[in-house]
Design a protein around this ligand. Structure first.
Ligand SMILES: Cc1cc2nc3c(=O)[nH]c(=O)nc-3n(C[C@H](O)[C@H](O)[C@H](O)COP(=O)(O)O)c2cc1C
Ligand SMILES: CCCCCCC(=O)C(=O)O
Length: 348
């Protein structure tokens, strides 16, 4: 594997077609899925030269946590469908790469086991209509040592994914389950529910039950970004759920600048969706993201070689980012300013 595209090609040959399509697919006609990548391709970089960038520092701090690079692992479901190493393998790789893993509520290994790897872990959740269960889960992830709660707000219902319908893919195979949906270690797992009745009061409710930082994942509209600030969120993730929810939603990188402007530095803005190259990371950082997260590429690395494959994917991105930064004349993330990004013709 010398690129993330290689990882996907290799994974496609290894996975059962239904599982590959679950990971790769998006909602409906997959317009947003394609847009996430295409939109990065519309951006070009305007590099600076002769900047003395012999030594680079890719490190950033997000919510008080130091990351060795501004690339985190996005929450994705069902890692044991990809490889027996599962979420634990992904966590070990993220820890070795010095970054944060956001663990999906639909993980196939328990949060305690994943946290035991020593990774810096944030926990993603869909707030369940059963708030008592949600609160018990919050206590559980706090006890496991998770450092932030990532609340997905882009899923009042589950997106309609035609690939899954065609394969009749709905349930996990025997022996795999959403381990964090069990009330106790051995009890049957609950189904993950999506709650279309959720409104902004959920942020205050969560604030009332936990001191963990609350990160809202799935913000695209600048007015929602302002509301997130007003309701006391600690960070937002500009995301369209990898094109798996509202097909036709704007590409993440296109939504980023207005969200950054709306937030006005009051909280960190993260981004996921379509990040496949170091130049994509540079573009997002230059447009104001504090860091990015990657979803599918991690699953492809995990499929190909378990923990080692995820490590390879993360290190490929690090290497790519380092090269992109030096070629842009930036020796640190803060040196990536908006003028480095260009869309359309140079007019001066
Ligand atoms: C197979 C798969 C499962 C996902 N599961 C979750 C999930 O459980 N919770 C969540 O908030 N987002 C989930 N996402 C969305 C990712 O967190 C992220 O927004 C998206 O994958 C980023 O786009 P990328 O795959 O192009 O990097 C999932 C995405 C994929 C591809
Ligand atoms: C029935 C379990 C739901 C898992 C949700 C995973 C997810 O968010 C996705 O995009 O897929």
């Amino acid at each position: 594997m010398i690129s993330l595209a290689d990882a996907e090609r290799a994974a496609a040959t290894l996975l059962e077609p239904a599982h590959y399509d679950f990971f790769a697919g998006g909602a409906d006609d997959e317009r947003t899925l394609r847009s996430n990548v295409d939109a990065f391709d519309r951006h070009r970089l305007l590099p600076r030269v002769l900047r003395g960038v012999g030594k680079r520092d890719l490190g950033v701090e997000v919510l008080g946590q130091p990351l060795s690079m501004p690339v985190m692992v996005a929450p994705t479901a069902f890692h044991r469908l990809a490889h027996p190493d599962g979420e634990v393998g992904t966590a070990r790789a993220a820890a070795a790469s010095g970054t944060v893993m956001i663990l999906s509520m639909a993980a196939t290994q328990p949060v305690e086991q994943v946290a035991a790897t020593g990774v810096r872990l944030w926990f993603q959740m869909y707030v369940q209509p059963d708030r008592a269960f949600t609160e018990r889960l919050v206590r559980r992830v706090e006890a496991a040592g998770c450092a932030a709660l990532v609340v997905s707000v882009d899923s009042p219902v589950f997106g309609r994914r035609l690939r899954d319908l065609r394969h009749d893919f709905g349930d996990l195979p025997a022996g795999l389950a959403c381990e964090n949906m069990r009330e106790s270690g051995t009890g049957p797992p609950r189904a993950v529910a999506f709650d279309a009745a959720l409104d902004w009061s959920v942020v205050g409710w969560l604030r009332g039950i936990t001191t963990l930082p609350i990160v809202l994942k799935g913000i695209l509209h600048p007015d929602d970004a302002r509301l997130a600030v007003g309701h006391g969120a600690d960070a937002v993730i500009v995301s369209n759920h990898g094109g798996r929810q509202l097909d036709g939603a704007v590409a993440s990188i296109d939504a980023l600048p207005a969200v950054v402007e709306a937030v006005g530095g009051r909280l960190p803005v993260l981004l996921d969706g379509g990040v496949r190259r170091g130049t994509d990371v540079v573009t997002a950082l230059a447009l104001g993201a504090a860091a990015v997260a990657v979803g599918r590429p991690v699953l492809w690395g995990l499929t190909v070689a378990g923990e080692h494959g995820v490590r390879q994917v993360l290190e490929l991105l690090r290497d790519d980012l380092d090269r992109a930064m030096v070629l842009c004349g930036a020796d640190r993330v803060a040196a990536l300013t908006r003028d480095v990004v260009h869309v359309g013709r140079c007019s001066w």
